[in-house]
Write a protein that binds this ligand. Structure first.
Ligand code: CU
Length: 148
């Protein structure tokens, strides 16, 4: 093998490792706390959302033009599964860093339900935003997560 061939092979190996590392890193960041399941109908999700009782471990949030509903109040003493679905078009859920120690960003597409683990919650009032342009009042699409 010539010196030039060795150099080319080494460069290819470095590129493959770099791409693999980057890909593995992004999968970990986006997927380890999010589970996506198909939604039978939005009405069914809405029904479960309306039946939610305070103090339960499953909490529900609806994305719609142009709000996140309802305003959620939860406790810092326990873990939750946050269920999110959209009532209309695609949105993107953004929860600011302070609540769990890292920001959470999840693209919310119609026909899917997103289950997000909320762990190690810190008390406070945390902003929820939409980071995907979703129409004329996209900028007003804000919500709140209250952790007591
Ligand atoms: Cu939106």
């Amino acid at each position: 093998m010539s010196k030039r061939e060795k150099l080319v092979i080494t460069l290819i190996a470095i590129c493959a490792l770099a791409i693999g590392y980057r890909f593995a890193g992004s999968v970990n960041k986006t997927n380890h706390f999010v589970e996506i399941i198909p939604l039978t109908t939005f009405a069914e999700f809405e029904k479960r959302s309306q039946n939610q009782k305070r103090g339960q471990g499953d909490i529900f949030l609806t994305a719609q033009q142009w709000a996140w509903l309802p305003e959620l109040t939860i406790s810092s003493n326990r873990n939750y599964i946050l269920h999110i679905a959209t009532a209309d078009i695609q949105h993107a859920f953004h929860l600011e860093t302070g609540a769990t120690g890292q920001s959470i960003d999840v693209l919310i597409q119609p026909g899917q339900e997103y289950l997000i683990k909320l762990q190690n919650l810190k008390p406070g009032v945390f902003a929820i935003g939409c980071t995907q342009y979703c129409g004329i009042e996209h900028n007003k699409m804000r919500g709140k997560l209250i952790v007591e």
